[in-house]
Design a protein around this ligand. Structure first.
Ligand SMILES: [Zn+2]
Length: 297
């Protein structure tokens, strides 16, 4: 902790081995651990040239609450998964920064900033996401322990949705709200293309984020109001997941009158998205990127 990192600091020895083992069991399927490029930058250390694509900074938690939030994030492995996805598939002229944890800047809102080409995911956002999901979950279960676990799980889904959304903004280097539909398409494509169980995970992420967005009585300053995912867009994203993920996704979606028609339409819609995203991201994808290969469908 002395060097400005969280408990992740130091990749040598037993801690490093454990961390690698953990990352190899990432929740969205097997990642190629040997190729995993992971950089933990302390505030003082300069990034190493070999890891030029991503600079990950995990800021120390100021309080027991922040440390708890940081451990939820570590357990979900979403950040380490994202770093491996980026390092294996993308090549950037200027490294992309991912700054996790700070409470001091951006008023506690997650953001992508063009000026320093960095994605920020502050602890305050994790905290807000858990509170928002706790209100949504409340009442659905009489058991408070179950409620708490479910709120944290759904909050992490929401945070993952946000992280991939911001990555969408970063990949087209556009932080404006006008770029939201692009960011939604890119983030969806990445999740569905990159991970063998990406479709099932994306359905959870999208639904958790959309449920919070579509609440009419939440505070307006919440991030999910500015980047809201309304019903129609939610349906589009879920349709892509169905198109990519196949019939196993169907039970997680709302029933429709003609499921066969929906399946066919969504497969077509996903094939179109796949083609569009491949050409949009072509300039930043490595020549041998796995994302260029045929997918899981
Ligand atoms: Zn956005």
């Amino acid at each position: 902790m002395q060097d400005g990192n969280t408990e992740f600091s130091g990749l040598g020895g037993a801690l490093g081995d454990n961390l690698m083992a953990l990352m190899c069991q990432a929740r969205r399927g097997v990642v190629r651990c040997a190729a995993l490029l992971l950089l933990y930058v302390s505030a003082a250390a300069a990034p190493q040239a070999a890891f030029a694509e991503v600079e990950l900074r995990l800021m120390p938690g100021d309080s027991a609450l922040d440390q708890q939030l940081s451990s939820y994030l570590a357990d979900s492995q979403m950040v380490t998964d994202l770093v491996s996805l980026l390092s294996e598939n993308f090549t950037f002229e200027q490294p992309l920064g991912i700054i996790v944890g700070s409470r001091s800047d951006t008023l506690g809102q997650p953001s992508y900033s063009r000026s320093d080409r960095s994605i920020r995911l502050p602890y305050a956002y994790l905290e807000r996401a858990i509170r928002a999901q706790a209100e949504l979950v409340a009442g659905s279960s009489p058991d408070q322990t179950v409620e708490q676990g479910e709120s944290v799980k759904r909050a992490m889904d929401m945070v993952e949705y946000t992280l991939y959304h911001l990555l969408g903004h970063a990949l087209i280097d556009d932080d404006s709200v006008d770029a939201d539909e692009h960011a939604e398409a890119i983030s969806t494509w990445l999740m569905l293309r990159a991970w063998s169980n990406g479709a099932a995970q994306w359905v959870e992420d999208v639904q958790a984020f959309a449920d919070a967005s579509q609440r009419l009585d939440g505070p307006l300053e919440d991030y999910w109001h500015a980047h809201a995912l309304y019903r129609l867009r939610e349906q589009t994203l879920l349709c892509w997941a169905l198109g990519a993920g196949g019939n196993s996704i169907e039970p997680a979606l709302r029933a429709v009158l003609d499921p066969a028609e929906r399946r066919a339409r969504c497969r077509k819609s996903w094939a179109m998205l796949d083609q569009q995203m491949r050409s949009l991201l072509d300039p930043v994808l490595k020549p041998d990127a796995q994302l260029r290969a045929a997918g899981h469908d």
